[in-house]
Design a protein around this ligand. Structure first.
Ligand SMILES: Cc1cc2nc3c(=O)[nH]c(=O)nc-3n(C[C@H](O)[C@H](O)[C@H](O)COP(=O)(O)O)c2cc1C
Length: 187
């Protein structure tokens, strides 16, 4: 079974990120019952600003890095649920990504963006970062999920109101799983 880690990248009080991730996870599970999903909320990790003495590339991890390595290392694929801060990804998400190295390698990633216009610039930056970490992104051909005007998009249950969300979650997960399974041969 393919294991997909859904990563929520923002951490601020009152954020929309967790609501978007909970909605996405429920929808993804409904349409892909043979996939194992797990949520990783960066806010719950309460990470310091990265201050490890060794580069993660050296794989001489601190106990805190080992804890994160277990979670990221157990996944075959990632879905990044990301907002957009000043036309890029939130610093909290970049900080989390930087803690590890090899645990990202030869896995697949898909993207769920929310903001004024579906966090498209944030996703583009994430794709560049993931490429450096040998992650294959499945973000082309309309397979990103986006929510526009996030400040008014969600109803009282955290579900996007009609007209605000775009993208096919089931198709995105199917593509993610296909690529993730192929990449297993490289690990
Ligand atoms: C520091 C900051 C910068 C922002 N910059 C952008 C931006 O560049 N593009 C955009 O679409 N929205 C931007 N916004 C609005 C966010 O899309 C919106 O606040 C969203 O809810 C942020 O995600 P969060 O609630 O999970 O933190 C910004 C918000 C913050 C707090």
């Amino acid at each position: 079974m393919t294991k997909v880690l859904v990563i929520v990248g923002t951490t601020r009080t009152g954020r929309s990120g967790r609501k978007v991730a909970d909605w996405y996870l429920a929808e993804a599970q409904k349409s892909n019952k043979d996939v194992e999903f797990e949520l990783l909320d960066v806010a719950d990790e309460k990470l310091e600003l990265f201050n490890e003495p060794m580069s993660p590339m050296m794989r001489q991890y601190s106990p805190r890095q080992e804890e994160l390595a277990k979670k990221v290392g157990s996944a075959d694929a990632f879905v990044f649920v990301t907002g957009e801060y000043n036309h890029s990804l939130p610093a909290s998400l970049k900080n989390f990504i930087d803690y590890l190295n090899a645990e990202w390698h030869y896995k697949a990633a898909a993207y769920v963006g929310y903001g004024a216009t579906g966090a498209i610039r944030s996703i583009e930056h994430l794709i560049q970062i993931m490429t450096e970490l040998k992650v294959t992104s499945v973000a082309t051909g309309g397979t990103n999920i986006g929510i526009n005007a996030i400040w008014e998009a969600l109803d009282e249950n955290g579900i996007p109101k009609p007209g605000y969300a775009h993208g096919d979650i089931s198709a995105q997960v199917a593509e993610l799983v296909k690529v993730a399974e192929a990449l297993k041969t490289l690990r």
